[in-house]
Design a protein around this ligand. Structure first.
Ligand SMILES: Nc1nc2c(ncn2[C@@H]2O[C@H](COP(=O)(O)OP(=O)(O)OP(=O)(O)O)[C@@H](O)[C@H]2O)c(=O)[nH]1
Ligand SMILES: [Mg+2]
Length: 194
């Protein structure tokens, strides 16, 4: 089982990539499951096999604890991290070869807070990858490109035992390229960083 976490800044194209990559995998006879880890999303263009909104809703947390939109997502992810084993068991029960995991665009979760990496590390199977999506329009200027790469680097620093790549979104049909990259990801054999 291969878990692929799709992370990136708000609106960079994570959900679209999950959807189009899942379609491509299915069209090419790969077994795929989708997990939505965004507790605040209203609409997704795919049918998730596991949807975190069934466990915790950011909207409900906003009402209950009088939080703002960002605070409620952070609170929701904190709650999910505690229940990560339960979610991992559900993922394992599906038994798909590829599990694509859509994440919220609040990058502080993965770049600056430990909970993001804790959640990713707890949900990772024997083979895992994190794909960092960068909005192409953000990367058009040198300063935009460098700051996006630094954000990707700061995300990578918090992740143990996972490889991370950066993908600049330009086209929808990234399937062949992505599967080639993923096939090069080694099995996890030790608990150090690489
Ligand atoms: N032209 C173009 N538009 C894209 C591409 N990927 C996504 N979009 C558009 O960009 C917008 C945001 O895409 P999403 O996939 O929702 O982005 P996201 O990163 O999941 O957003 P959040 O979950 O809110 O952080 C949508 O209108 C998409 O149709 C792409 O590769 N090319
Ligand atoms: Mg999204």
């Amino acid at each position: 089982m291969f878990t692929v976490f799709i992370v990136g800044t708000a609106g960079s194209g994570k959900t679209t990539l999950v959807s189009s990559f899942a379609d491509w995998l299915e069209d090419n006879q790969y077994d795929v499951a989708i997990v939505n880890l965004d507790p605040a999303v209203e609409y997704v263009p795919y049918i998730p096999d596991i949807d975190i909104r069934d466990v915790v809703s950011a909207r409900e947390l906003m009402r209950k604890y009088k939080l703002g939109p960002n605070g409620s997502i952070i609170a929701a992810i904190d709650m999910l991290a505690v229940r990560a084993q339960e979610i991992k068991s559900q993922i394992m029960d599906i038994g798909a070869n590829y599990v694509l995991i859509d994440t919220p665009g609040q990058m502080e979760l993965f770049a600056f807070r430990s909970v993001g990496s804790v959640l990713i590390n707890r949900l990772s199977m024997d083979r895992s990858a994190v794909v960092f999506v960068i909005d192409a329009t953000q990367a058009q200027t040198p300063s935009g490109y460098v700051s996006s790469m630094l954000l990707a680097l700061s995300t990578q620093l918090g992740l143990i035992c996972l490889r991370l790549t950066c993908l600049i979104r330009l086209i929808y049909s990234t399937g062949p390229w992505l599967i080639k990259y993923l096939s090069g990801v080694r099995r996890r054999t030790y608990s150090g960083r690489h």
